[in-house]
Design a protein around this ligand. Structure first.
Ligand code: 5GP
Ligand code: ZN
Length: 115
């Protein structure tokens, strides 16, 4: 837990968020600037700067985050139509919050490759 980390502050509820899913180890909440009708961020409650750091330190937790992303898609009713999971990692990938988060994006047709 870092007092300077925005998503650690979401975890401790000092920054408000619209939480859609919570377990002992993960939290999922709606993105403040949604890029699709469904845009949810799934994070581990424990602080890791990015997906690689989380997976290296705790592979089971990485699996738990992915499973939670699937649960979020199901709860939003988009598991049938399809959804995109994204872990932006580092500056060139446009990561802006350095507490690992999985974007769950759905509810509109998407293109590939991303910009
Ligand atoms: P990144 O660019 O690091 O992959 O994604 C960070 C995401 O966090 C962005 O989509 C941004 O809109 C979202 N975000 C930034 N600040 C807040 C906030 O205070 N609350 C919520 N719910 N989302 C935020
Ligand atoms: Zn954090």
């Amino acid at each position: 837990m870092s007092a300077e980390c925005l998503f650690c502050r979401v975890v401790d509820r000092s920054v408000p968020a619209t939480v859609v899913h919570e377990t002992e180890t993960v939290l999922a909440f709606r993105d403040i600037n949604p890029q699709a009708p469904t845009h949810v961020l799934v994070i581990p409650k424990e602080h890791y700067p990015d997906a690689a750091a989380m997976a290296a330190a705790d592979p089971a937790l990485a699996g738990t985050v992915l499973a939670a992303a699937g649960d979020v898609a199901k709860a939003d009713g988009v598991d049938g139509s399809g959804y995109r999971l994204v872990f932006n990692t580092g500056a060139d990938a446009a990561q802006t919050v350095f507490h690992v988060h999985c974007h769950v994006l759905a509810g509109r047709a998407m293109t590939w490759p991303p910009g």
